[in-house]
Design a protein. Structure first.
Length: 582
């Protein structure tokens, strides 16, 4: 094998790995919400989790991707460790589908139908359709399908290039002697594990083995230990992914390792012992594409059959390795490991945003009670809520910005922008709840009170603002566009209430019914209430506009007041009567 052969091998390997990555990305994006969402709705039944792992991995063509996803789910509290174990076992079987697809490259025969089954015969057509879909069709789903086709075509071309490059090695004495070393089962397992650990894909490692089988020098006695080792090497990705996660996530990665190590050791020992006793004839048989695919599938199915009934013991072993301590682990709500599955990352982000919205709403409710009955415990709860929303905004904002830099679909991009806008509004509402609490504390400590009339007026305006917050946040929680349309008519009423209260306040000052000091506090109250209403209006406007994939508050307000003026007017009149100053 000369230097040009080596370059051809390197180029083929590069194309193969790139094609596999490209196809996996396309499959993952095309899978969308439904495929990823299935993993969240698992029961504790073993077969449900197993079949889910098998199905998802068969579709996205990567057990590593599925396992990393599972580690992220366990880390985020979406999935329990028990559920994760069954999914991981299913993923190990699901990944063998790739070997069967790649085995088609080894089809031989002059029959036209057999020739058409060879990927090299139909991949040029797939590549042509793929490039048309990807470059010339402005449709996100078809672009993903185009990416899948291009990825498949690229990996097949890479596979063919590798096979052609290594075929002459079959005549090289040194290569044959090197392969004899791998016929030692323990060394074969070690080499398979190291190679797979480096490229972090058992599917890619099997593809390389299939290419090497073109030399005719790979025997089944060499291939079997290598395949067993590949299953161990693929655990590296999940182990790296678990760094920095909570204990349960690290346990999930360890279960993946234990499952593959135990399975490989058991069947390696059985293979060595049985071969010594029965002297299997197939051990010296040249491995081909179909035999390698059968071995890969058979080994993983046997491992799962052996260990699935003992999944509880694997869980206990993981707990023995990483024991619990008296201090409860804090669940990491936002896990960067979910970036590889943006749909799930966004769903988790929305859950955190919903928690933030509920915290803000409760802070407003509590703050309004302090005006008549100040309570230090309630005031502290409001302060805690305000600090919590600050933390949520920092963490979630940073998370969404990083997530937005990923390769998101148009729909996911819209959702990320919507959440990024809304969390700022929720944080401002909590800030204003704190401002109300501070003003109530000031009055309590100075032992001053508003006049009876001023308190009645403020109570009316606070009730209107509280309802506005209730509607806006409920509209967000339910993604209810119709409910969101009710916020702006109420906001108009609140604006007018502020003007009315301001006039009444000036009149009381002129009649010496109110002090200057109380007057400033009263003015601050009404300003804060108006601003809370404004943020509620922003929330509602965002929900409505983002349903049309836009973020123009001015356009929304114009349409609401003009194009749907009758509905707006009716709702306005209803709220004006409900919150009239008498």
């Amino acid at each position: 094998m000369d230097i040009f052969g080596v370059l051809e091998l390197i180029g083929g390997l590069a194309l193969f790995l790139f094609g596999m990555s490209m196809m996996g990305t396309g499959l993952e994006k095309s899978a969308g919400n439904k495929l990823k969402g299935l993993l969240e709705n698992l029961t504790s039944k073993k077969m449900n989790g197993f079949m889910m792992g098998l199905g998802v991995t068969s579709i996205i063509q990567s057990s590593s991707a599925t396992t990393v996803m599972v580690v992220g789910f366990v880390n985020s509290g979406i999935m329990t460790l028990k559920q994760a174990i069954h999914v991981i076992m299913g993923a190990n079987v699901g990944t063998t589908v790739t070997a069967w697809i790649l085995s088609l490259t080894g089809i031989k025969g002059s029959n036209i139908f057999l020739q058409m089954l060879k990927p090299s015969s139909f991949t040029p057509i797939l590549a042509l359709i793929g490039i048309i879909f990807y470059l010339f069709i402005n449709n996100e789903r078809k672009k993903d399908i185009g990416l899948i086709m291009l990825g498949f075509a690229t990996l097949i071309y890479g596979m063919e290039a590798m096979s052609a490059a290594v075929e002459p090695l079959g005549q090289v004495e040194g290569f044959r002697n090197l392969l004899l070393l791998f016929s030692n089962p323990l060394l074969g397992v070690l080499v398979g594990a190291v190679v797979t650990g480096i490229i972090q894909s058992s599917s890619a490692a099997v593809g390389i083995l299939l290419a090497l089988s073109a030399t005719g020098q790979i025997t089944m006695g060499t291939a079997i230990p290598l395949i067993m080792g590949m299953n161990i090497g693929t655990c590296v990705t999940a182990l790296l992914s678990s760094i920095g996660t909570n204990k349960n996530a690290r346990r999930a990665a360890l279960v993946h390792l234990y499952f593959n190590v135990i399975g490989s050791l058991v069947f390696t020992i059985l293979f060595i012992v049985a071969n010594q006793i029965f002297d299997f004839a197939f051990v010296d048989q040249a491995a081909n594409h179909v035999l390698i695919a059968i071995t890969h599938s058979g080994f993983n199915i046997l491992c799962t059959s052996l260990l699935l009934p003992f999944s509880g013991l694997l869980e206990k072993l993981a707990y023995k390795t990483i024991p619990e301590d008296s201090k409860q682990d804090k669940v990491l709500l936002l896990d960067p490991r979910l970036f590889s599955t943006p749909t799930i990352a966004l769903r988790r982000s929305r859950e955190v945003a919903q928690e933030m919205a509920l915290t803000s709403r409760e802070a407003i409710r509590q703050a309004f009670t302090l005006l008549d009955d100040f309570d230090d415990k309630v005031a502290q709860a409001i302060k805690d809520a305000e600090q919590q929303t600050d933390q949520y905004e920092d963490a979630l904002g940073t998370y969404l910005v990083k997530l937005s830099s990923q390769n998101l679909s148009a729909r996911d991009t819209t959702e990320a922008a919507k959440l990024l806008f809304l969390i700022g509004e929720f944080e401002r509402i909590a800030d204003y709840a704190m401002a109300v609490s501070d003003s109530a504390r000031e009055m309590y400590e100075k032992k001053i009170q508003f006049s009876e009339q001023a308190r009645k007026e403020l109570a009316i305006m606070m009730a209107a603002v509280e309802e506005s917050a209730e509607i806006a946040i409920q509209a967000f929680l339910d993604n209810d566009v119709l409910l969101a349309t009710k916020v702006d008519p109420l906001a108009e009423v609140i604006d007018e209430l502020k003007s009315t209260l301001k006039k009444q306040h000036i009149a009381r000052l002129q009649c010496n019914e109110c002090t200057i000091e109380l007057g400033f506090i009263f003015s601050d109250f009404t300003t804060v209430l108006e601003r809370i209403s404004g943020h509620c209006s922003n929330i509602a406007g965002c929900i409505i506009e983002m349903s049309h994939e836009s973020l123009s508050m001015h356009d929304y307000l114009y349409k609401a007041k003009n194009e749907q003026s009758n509905i707006f007017a009716e709702q306005y009149e209803e709220y004006a009567k409900k919150y009239a100053i008498v």
